[in-house]
Ligand binder design. Structure first.
Ligand code: B12
Ligand code: SF4
Length: 466
């Protein structure tokens, strides 16, 4: 059975979809040998030629004569995925299956807008293999754990959740299916674990993974060795939710990857860093650590269920130690938190300023109300509709270039775009917030609007505008 897994068009930068190579590897191991990945984000070279882009994508998929098309979908990819899936369903009878974070958190919206046959919620490997087996054997597929579909009378059926799998059953990602985009790439992200032990209220997706499962360090080292020797990869990022959670495992991982002499970065909670951890990380080639600090107010951090009983002095001390040890550090902060007030925002600006002075890079975001966030139901009454980009606020989902070029898609789905909403802090008006946010940004010398645009893109955008 021919299966095509699709990475939709979504970014100006090519990020090899290692997550899809892992999904494909599981299918291949389980009998679906004829599985390929079509990375439209890589294949479509001229992302500025928007006319006919969906038809072009459809052609690339159909020429492989698929018997099932499986598309990944997060919040950024959603407009393109819905358009592409609806086009496939309009022109063919091929089953379309959509998975990924956005599909998992809002299966009803995705099923209705995409006309797809199935959404797979959560961990995809086992559910997809079972569903494809059912389709191949023309068996009933409605009782497969983890699937959602529209019943004949148009009602959404969310069949029960699938249990998380034994992570050791995952084969090595099928890198050869994405070999062209991997070759010498500087944008490789991979994960050595799945999930997180924490349940921060603002985190999108932690409901999917529920807890942390860690892969065997030896198998991660083997994957990295292939990436280095076959694809010329010299640096990468561990995108794990919480890489430094388990010290024993982290140490083993670091020891196994050290001989590869690769340079890498990771995301880590600042309260899970100590001198020992910094030593293993550095020796294993880690040079960049990204911390989500979120707020300068301990009360707000607590309200976010960050479960980080540390002071601002502790945070600053860790940042200084990291810089002194030779790491590049990034501290990420956010505002637009429904239970913060103006004075909390000022505390955030102060802490961000101090970490910057200590040598860290800083980011300041707005809390984005993604589907499925615990905060969304709890603070629905504090949500305001605001088009962030025109209001001069940072937009989390679509960057400036995407907004400009893909505006037709994006506008059509604007109701579902979390960038068009924000939580208003306590005691603040919309205009007061916008003003204070701009001041914080300017005092900290952050221009988030410059995010992700390359010189070439800026050049092209300028020319189109003239
Ligand atoms: C790597 C990564 C990136 C990389 C992308 C690299 C790449 N190759 O695509 C980069 C750095 C570019 C990136 C950017 C952004 N990202 Co990001 N990213 C991640 C990260 C850390 C890891 C993804 C991953 O590999 N996970 C591991 C695999 C196993 O999980 P998975 O991809 O979800 O796939 C599983 C299931 O979802 C499912 N599945 C997935 N696809 C499919 C398809 C089918 C057909 C099926 C059946 C199943 C299925 O099965 C898979 C295996 O079980 C996740 C966090 C996370 N822990 O997942 C965030 C995450 C996906 N990113 C997120 C966000 C918000 C962003 C940004 C908007 C951030 C920003 N502020 O700018 C930008 C988008 C930029 C833009 N405007 O274009 C959110 C998405 C939220 C949402 N609701 O959609 C996440 C979940 C982080 C978070 N916790 O909030 N990101
Ligand atoms: S620690 Fe990070 S990954 Fe874990 S729940 Fe909190 S924000 Fe999400």
């Amino acid at each position: 059975m021919k299966i095509v897994i699709v990475n939709p068009l979504w970014s100006f930068v090519n990020y090899p979809p290692v997550n899809l190579a892992e999904l494909a590897a599981y299918l291949i191991k389980n009998g679906f040998k004829n599985t390929t990945i079509t990375d439209l984000n890589f294949e479509i070279k001229n992302k500025f030629e928007i006319d006919g882009i969906l038809e072009k994508s459809l052609k690339m998929i159909l020429k492989q004569k698929p018997q099932a098309v499986c598309i990944t979908c997060n919040a950024v990819q959603m407009p393109f995925v819905c358009e592409l899936s609806a086009l496939i369903k309009e022109k063919t009878k091929i089953p379309v299956i959509i998975g990924g974070v956005m599909a998992s958190l809002a299966p009803d919206i995705i099923l209705k807008l995409s006309k797809a046959d199935f959404v797979i919620r959560g961990e995809g490997e086992k559910t997809l293999a079972e569903l494809l087996t059912g389709i191949k054997n023309k068996e009933k597929t409605d009782k497969i754990d983890g699937i959602s579909y529209l019943s004949k009378n148009g009602v959404i059926v969310n069949h029960k959740d699938r249990m998380l799998m034994n992570i050791d059953e995952l084969p090595c990602p099928e890198f050869k299916l994405i070999s062209k985009n991997l070759k010498n790439s500087a944008n490789v992200w991979l994960t050595a674990s799945r999930g997180c032990a924490y349940k921060c209220k603002f985190c999108s997706g932690n409901e999917i993974w529920k807890m942390q499962r860690r892969k065997n360090p030896q198998s991660i080292a083997a994957q990295l060795k292939i990436l280095k020797t076959k694809y010329g990869i010299r640096n990468f990022v561990f995108g794990d939710d919480c890489l430094t959670l388990n010290k024993k495992w982290l140490k083993e991982l670091c020891l196994k990857i050290k001989p590869l002499r690769l340079q890498w970065g990771c995301l880590a909670r600042i309260d899970l860093i100590d001198a020992d951890i910094l030593k293993y990380l550095y020796e294993a080639g880690c040079r960049h650590i990204y911390h989500g600090i979120e707020s300068g107010s301990a009360k707000v951090r607590q309200g976010l269920d960050k479960k980080m009983a540390k002071t601002n002095e502790f945070i600053l001390d860790v940042v200084k130690k990291e810089i002194a040890a030779g790491f590049e550090t990034t501290c990420s902060f956010m505002t637009g938190i429904p239970f913060e007030n103006e004075s909390d925002m000022i505390k955030t600006a102060e802490l961000a300023g101090l970490t910057k002075k200590a040598g860290s890079r800083i980011q300041l975001w707005l809390l984005t109300p993604y589907y499925g966030l615990k905060m969304l139901s709890e603070y629905k009454n504090r949500l305001v509709k605001i088009e962030r980009q025109p209001a001069g606020l940072q937009a989390d989902v679509f960057d400036r270039g995407q907004m400009f070029l893909y505006s037709a898609f994006i506008k059509k789905y604007s109701k579902y775009n979390p960038d068009n909403f924000m939580f208003l802090p306590q005691g603040m008006t919309e205009s007061g917030f916008v003003k204070l946010f701009a001041k914080m940004r300017s005092d900290l010398n952050i221009d988030v609007n410059k995010k992700q645009l390359t010189a070439k893109e800026i050049f092209i955008l300028k020319n189109i505008k003239q």
